[in-house]
Design a protein around this ligand. Structure first.
Ligand code: AMP
Length: 199
């Protein structure tokens, strides 16, 4: 058995779109994230769907040899096409259960481009961090400047005194999947396994 299958070196919770978006870079970035996780003995924790960027991250993690933990509410099994070949697929009763299990199973959180579900997940886990409910590193993968307007809005909030620099300092923003993932895993005090794709 591949070592990643029994004892993953690290566990990344990825939040991302249940759609692909209309530009190619999003899909490719999702694929690279999965490839990085899978090829370094890692585990992906995600929403368990097989559509959009979610499906892309999960498929490429599996293909690269990693573990995939999918957590999906019963009501979304058909709508988001639950990915049946996950290493672990958990069908839970509610969205709250899903979010709790995803957060518990993660060492770090990484948000890719997505829609309102993704935004909600990103902001929730960030607010949990600012309140001290967890101490896990948070990353935002800004593919093709997708999150630039959101970062501008956050700077506006900062300027008007609704947040402080330390809250902004809780998130790592980058546009290179491998660099950002390495930074997050290291910040969690973990070491990625050797890159299996290079062996
Ligand atoms: P989206 O970014 O809208 O494509 O959604 C990405 C993922 O977020 C999907 O798996 C949705 O089921 C999930 N999602 C949607 N709404 C919520 C919510 N309120 N809390 C947590 N996840 C959600």
């Amino acid at each position: 058995m591949n070592p990643a299958q029994s004892h993953p070196a690290f566990s990344v919770c990825v939040y991302c779109g249940s759609r692909e978006g209309v530009d190619a870079p999003f899909f490719e970035a999702a694929r690279q994230v999965g490839q990085w996780i899978g090829s370094r003995h890692g585990q992906l924790v995600y929403g368990g769907g097989n559509t959009g960027l979610m499906g892309a991250v999960a498929s490429s993690t599996l293909k690269a040899g990693g573990r995939v933990v999918g957590v999906i509410p019963k009501a979304l099994v058909d709508k988001e096409l639950a990915k049946q070949d996950c290493t672990e697929l958990h069908v839970v009763e509610t969205m709250h259960e899903r979010k709790k299990m995803m957060a518990e199973r993660a060492d770090v959180f990484l948000t890719l481009p997505g829609g309102i579900g993704t935004f909600e997940e990103f902001f929730e886990v960030w607010t949990w961090r600012q309140l001290g409910y967890h101490n896990k590193p948070l990353g935002l993968l800004d593919v093709g400047g997708y999150y630039a307007p959101m970062m501008d809005a956050l700077q506006t909030s900062l300027r008007h005194g609704f947040m402080n620099d330390w809250q902004m300092g809780l998130i790592s923003v980058g546009d290179q999947p491998s660099r950002l993932l390495a930074e997050l895993v290291q910040a969690a005090g973990l070491t990625p396994g050797a890159d299996l794709s290079r062996i």
